[in-house]
Design a protein around this ligand. Sequence first.
Ligand SMILES: [Zn+2]
Ligand SMILES: [Zn+2]
Length: 373
Amino acid sequence: MSSLSEKLMSQPAKAEGGSRIKQNNINALDQKRIATIKTAVLAEGDRIRAKYPILKHQDLIGMAILLLSIAGAVLTGWAYLEGMLAWYVTIPVIAVFLSFTHELEHDLIHYMYFRKNKFMHNLMMTLVWFCRPSTINPWLRRHLHLHHHKHSGTETDLEERAITNGERFTPLRLLMMLDLELSVVLRIMKVPKHLRLKALMRGAIGNFPLATVFYAGWHAYVAYWAVEAAAWAVGYNVPWPALVTPELVATANTVAVLIFAPNLLRSFSINFISSNMHYFGDIEDGNFVQQCQVLNSKWFIIPHLFCFNFGSTHGIHHFVVRDPFYLRQMTAKKGHEVMRANGVRFNDLGTFKRANRWEAKEQRREEAGYQAA
Ligand SMILES: [Zn+2]
Ligand SMILES: [Zn+2]
């Protein structure tokens, strides 16, 4: 673990992210609104904790969710291998189990489980990483994520920018949400030449070793089937080397159902929701009212199935970091009420047209014209 992580581990309050933002960038009205929302969400969390004393056992609950998710994914995979489940049932069911492990990873980043037991804490971090081999090293993500809490929606918020937050909505953006390695390479092309090697090294270190292996396998698999499909279309038989046996292809197909597809489905869903529920570029640094919208329209039911309702509840987390993901879901009704009453936007679908900007271009131009005049 890096020295920064150790320091953060010994200073738990720092992981609470949002509460330490300097308020001088934020307009006075939103400062009041932020205080009101935080107070209401904290009170609701306290009320629920008092009502259900079992919630005190946070470490055990986290570990139980992790073990049940792993067991659920393994059992589903076993049922597929035994011919009891079709591929189109297996993939989404495993993706749902993996989505719980993603929420656990995020909670662990904020030291919500085994805060005082480094061994158990790091064991959980390792397990949630292995459950999601398409993702970056969680210890490295911790730095990006805590920075995200402080400066969400600004140029330096690399965590969200890496998953396309702030980009124009194009088919390429959709592809970048699906394939994070492709996203890294395309983003590096936009970096000034003299910084490219450094950016490439950072990307490679973050992905090493699990995502490196995952994407190498996935790209080889896609390349194989693309060549086969093209050859089939023109009636040609591809002379594959002897290494590519029918058994190898059958194994790769199984890996695709059990590992590639569930991970890509899960990560595409959260990347799609997350990169569009955060605003980018023209918000006040540290202003939680402007950082996120609540995206809980019924149009997003399917991606939400694979990311534990992220668009509905992640905005609450920007105000109050303390509560684990299941508790945040329980505070959502009250949280949404007070957020709605205090300027947080709900289902602002215009964000898709505005490249996630807070304001429409026209409005910005008008204001610029007004100021110039
Ligand atoms: Zn967080
Ligand atoms: Zn966020």
